[in-house]
Write a protein that binds this ligand. Structure first.
Ligand code: MN
Length: 201
């Protein structure tokens, strides 16, 4: 059983002008697709061929199989990232998620600042995350393909790709402008709220 590249949850021009169809076309059709096909090539005919993706990520991390981990984690991270954005995104979260953001970050502005700082201060390539651990919301950043999925008890709620390929065609070197747009216009609070409910935390 090989893994397939999931479709984008919206059309490739749906996030324009904030993220162009050109960026999404390359990012999903070339970068994400390459992670999926390299992962499939690495597991074909092995005992790992039938593992669910999340198990493959955790197993390759434990075994120190960096090549497989990179492609498997990037496969998962990108699908999670597409769902972390929506054409009608931005604004404010509602309900329990909103209350817990106020409780754990002081305010929505406090969250935005922590998340923007995580994304801007990730040197080189990586990801910024909203996650829940021990019932408390946290902002994290990870390097390259690393993902909070490999840490016991941590459940990711949202992510933002800060690899240059995520924003360079639209923002060139202006990563902070991309981050501000992600938070103001694209972030999918409903997806984060669903993930928080599913986490049981
Ligand atoms: Mn990417």
């Amino acid at each position: 059983m090989s893994h397939t590249l999931p479709e984008l949850p919206y059309s490739s021009d749906a996030l324009a002008p904030h993220i162009s169809a050109e960026t999404l076309g390359f990012h999903h059709g070339k970068h994400h697709a390459a992670y999926v096909s390299k992962m499939n090539a690495a597991i074909e005919g092995t005992a790992k061929a039938d593992l669910p993706l999340e198990d493959l990520i955790r197993t390759s991390a434990k075994e120190g199989d960096q090549g497989l981990f990179n492609n498997a984690a990037q496969t998962w991270n990108h699908t999670f990232y597409w769902n972390s954005m929506t054409p009608k995104g931005g604004g404010a979260p509602k309900g329990d998620l909103a209350e817990r953001i106020d409780r754990d970050f002081g305010s929505l502005e406090g969250f935005r600042k922590a998340f923007a700082d995580a994304g801007a201060s990730q040197f080189g390539s990586g990801w910024a995350w909203l996650a829940v651990k021990d019932g408390k919301l946290e902002v994290r950043k990870t390097l390259n393909a690393e993902t909070p999925l490999t840490e016991d008890g941590v459940v990711p709620l949202l992510t933002m790709d800060v690899w240059e390929h995520a924003y360079y065609l639209d923002y060139q070197n202006r990563r902070p402008d991309y981050i501000e747009t992600f938070l103001g216009k694209l972030v999918n609070w409903d997806f984060a709220a669903e993930n928080l409910v599913k986490s049981g935390q």
